[in-house]
Write a protein that binds this ligand. Structure first.
Ligand code: BG6
Length: 514
């Protein structure tokens, strides 16, 4: 599909297609949302759709159709969407934007296995084509548990909704987790692949929609400064952390039996690792980027000794933000004997010429000290230290920290002379902070990703090969853990189980305390 061009933009068509700075506006289309009553829809998807409309990035010919079991009329869904937008949208509420958007809102009530409901859905989108000029372009967003994907995808085929007419398009958006392990991911893909061609399948890993994650490539490949440092000669190790202060909350049904590694390491953290470790792609096309990420994922090696090179834990009661909180086993809907981990850490290596021998430590957990996601490259110490050990006592390793969230930016840490008559060297930092350098706030990841689907721009969506390679990395770890009984408890509000600290301590290192 041709990239839409801002009205009044440069008349040179070649230039406008190549110029990625121009605002990209979606063409006429309908977004059909399955799972509209879920948390993700309410907190992220519906607000993101409004934010896109508010930024002028959705066309007047746009329709939003919700599909669920609830006994709702169109206006009930519109009211729910309105409340979600008022509560969670990033940009200010504007009555005129909402009115325009809500005129294209529809609801279809039904069960996923109900043929009639899907026939009604087909009629509803055709009506939107006629009344709103949505052009027969439909994106189906499956914000549902993976076990329901096959039913929906088959229904889309049966009802003719998966089949584009003339030059319209049909796309399917699949939320993670893509399966439970390698085998189920393959099975799932076979079902989707049977109905939609690969270029019409958009697998969401919302970390890739974050500005700070996209900035990893800008930082590495648009500058000369960092790339010469980016290798085994200078990097001692890499730490990738995604820490959350919240517990599982109302998501027990989804989370129990899945755990931290499947929920976060298999997707978000391995994608971060791939972006940090990959070679420069030949272009910024989806295929070129994905090919480089796949090379990295194929080169990832697990430790031989999984007991020493992995750690897992489960949060126990403790204190968080000044309040007393219960442990995982006290959460509603969690069985007393659950062995699901809420903390997971792995030591990986990337067997390429650039990275051989450099450990990549990955960790994620719930109910940790604070919410923070970052990638930290810790550099080797100078081969020869002219300053005495006492002079440099307060100096750690040089480090470059990509601060993904919430305090978005980049920090460089290095030693500096402490002013005074003595020669004392201590760590200082040099910071780039988004809020200070840019006036515009970063869009939410889902704004970017939904827009990319409607435009048909795939670089920020992992393809099946990446998903499978990630499961290949994780499956042996999950198998090993399955035979290990209960994960080690850690007190809520701390930085995870002792075994995780021990994993690094054995190699003379320690986790950062962000
Ligand atoms: C999701 C996980 O993918 O990411 C959740 O399923 C987690 O468990 C969430 O809470 C965190 O996202 P973010 O953008 O707040 O870091």
């Amino acid at each position: 599909m041709k990239e839409p061009v801002m009205p009044g933009a440069t008349p040179n068509p070649l230039r406008s297609e190549l110029d990625r700075r121009l605002p990209r506006v979606a063409g006429p289309s309908v977004l059909v949302l399955f799972g509209v009553t879920g948390d993700l829809a309410r907190k992220k998807l519906l607000p993101a759709i409004y934010d896109l409309a508010n930024r002028g990035l959705l066309p007047p010919g746009f329709g939003l159709v919700g599909f669920a079991r609830r006994d709702w009329e169109h206006q009930d869904f519109a009211k729910e969407a309105y409340e979600a937008v008022r509560e969670h949208a990033r940009t200010p509420f504007r009555e005129d934007v909402w009115r325009q958007l809500s005129e294209g809102v529809r609801f279809v009530q039904g069960e996923l296995h109900d043929d009639e409901a899907f026939d009604t859905l087909a009629e509803t989108v055709r009506d939107l084509d006629a009344s709103r000029g949505t052009g027969g372009n439909y994106a189906f967003y499956l914000s549902l548990p993976p076990k329901l994907f096959p039913t929906v995808v088959k229904q889309l085929k049966r009802s003719g909704l998966a089949e584009p007419r003339d030059d319209s398009w049909r796309r399917v958006i699949i939320e993670k987790p893509f399966g439970h392990d390698l085998e189920s991911a393959k099975e799932l893909n076979a079902v989707v692949d049977d109905v939609f061609p690969p270029q019409s399948v958009f697998r969401i890993d919302h970390y890739l929609g974050k500005e700070t994650v996209q900035n990893i490539m800008a930082l590495r490949f648009a500058n000369t400064l960092f790339e010469p440092l980016w290798n085994r000669d200078l990097v001692d190790h890499v730490q990738i952390t995604m820490a959350e202060d919240i517990g599982v909350g109302g998501r027990a049904g989804y989370y129990d039996g899945i755990g931290a590694a499947r929920d976060v390491i298999q997707n978000h953290l391995l994608q971060l690792l791939a972006l940090v470790a990959m070679e420069e792609p030949v272009s910024f096309s989806a295929d070129a980027i994905r090919a480089e990420k796949e090379k990295v994922l194929s080169a990832v090696r697990l430790p031989d000794d999984l007991a020493a090179g992995t750690a897992r834990g489960q949060y126990a009661p403790g204190w968080q933000g000044g309040a007393e909180v219960g442990g995982y086993l006290q959460e509603q809907g969690i069985p007393d004997d659950s062995t699901t981990e809420t903390y997971a850490a792995l030591r990986l290596e990337v067997n390429t010429r650039r990275w051989a021998g450099v450990p990549f430590y990955l960790r994620t957990g719930k109910r940790l000290g604070r919410r923070v996601t970052e990638v930290a490259l810790a550099f080797r110490r100078t081969p020869n230290q002219v300053f005495s050990q006492v002079d440099t006592e307060d100096m750690g390793q040089n480090a470059l920290v990509l601060r993904i969230q919430p305090d978005e930016g980049v920090t460089m840490r290095f030693g500096s002379k402490v002013p005074g008559a003595a020669m004392e060297v201590r760590d200082v930092t040099m910071d780039f902070t988004y809020g200070q350098s840019f006036t515009e706030a970063s869009p939410e990841a889902y704004e970017r990703l939904i827009l990319d689907v409607l435009i048909g721009d795939p670089p920020l969506f992992p393809r099946q090969q990446e998903v499978e390679l990630s499961w290949e990395i994780l499956d042996p770890v999950e198998e090993f853990w399955a035979g290990q009984g209960r994960p080690e408890p850690y007190t809520s509000g701390t930085w995870g189980p002792e075994s995780s600290d021990a994993m690094l301590a054995r190699e003379g290192r320690q986790w950062r305390r962000p």
